[in-house]
Design a protein around this ligand. Structure first.
Ligand SMILES: [Zn+2]
Length: 204
């Protein structure tokens, strides 16, 4: 049996624990129990997650789950990663979530929802791995750049790889701002670019 990963009720999760849990949820939804158990079994057989009593999973263990999932799922990993991002926004219990709620309330009068998405992305990344910046391109599209991106750390891919952050952005826009957005990763460190960059545009 894999060790329990869920933090006890009422406790904040570490972001990494939240990620692993959201990833397993998304995996179960899309690929079913069997594939989920296989990946969990493979990941924990090679290396037991180092949880402490609060259920914290360090980033190296998250990356370990990621690598196992990439191996087993191939390109389907991207669909799971996107859904993982959405699930994370829905389920995460973390002080960061309250900070972001406060930001949305403070900026409720600002009609520019893309601006708010950029500010929320910068706030979400503060004190977490990866350095995030948000800027507008001349055509009005929001460009979010991530230096030292934790999502594609250590990977080499032919196509952009970072779908988790796109899932986070799409779900955040829907859930917090009642907005539908389109996202596209235009630069990715996994492809050899110096930073990852995700462009965000309002739909319709
Ligand atoms: Zn990337």
């Amino acid at each position: 049996m894999p060790p329990p990963l869920r933090a006890s009720a009422g406790e904040a999760e570490s972001l990494e624990t939240g990620l692993v849990l959201a990833g397993l949820d998304a995996l179960r939804q899309i690929s079913g129990d069997e594939v989920m158990r296989r990946i969990l079994g493979q990941a924990t057989a090679a290396q037991r997650p180092q949880t402490d009593e609060s259920g914290r999973v360090p980033i190296v263990d998250y990356l370990h789950y990621r690598n196992t999932a990439v191996e087993v799922l191939g390109d389907k990993f991207q669909v799971i990663a996107f859904e993982t991002g959405r699930t994370l926004v829905r389920n995460l219990r973390h002080p960061k979530v309250d900070e972001i709620r406060n930001l949305v309330e403070r900026m409720a009068d600002n009609p520019n929802k893309l601006f708010l998405i950029g500010q929320a992305a910068v706030l979400a990344a503060r004190h977490n791995p990866g350095v995030v910046r948000a800027a507008f391109k001349p055509d009005g599209v929001l460009a979010i750049t991530i230096e030292a991106c934790p999502e594609c750390r250590g990977l080499e891919r032919k196509t952009p790889f970072c779908f988790l952050n796109q899932g986070v952005i799409v779900e955040f826009a829907e859930r917090y701002l009642d907005a539908r957005v389109h996202t596209e990763e235009t630069r990715c460190m996994a492809q050899g670019d110096p930073v990852c960059q995700t462009e965000v545009a309002l739909e319709g």
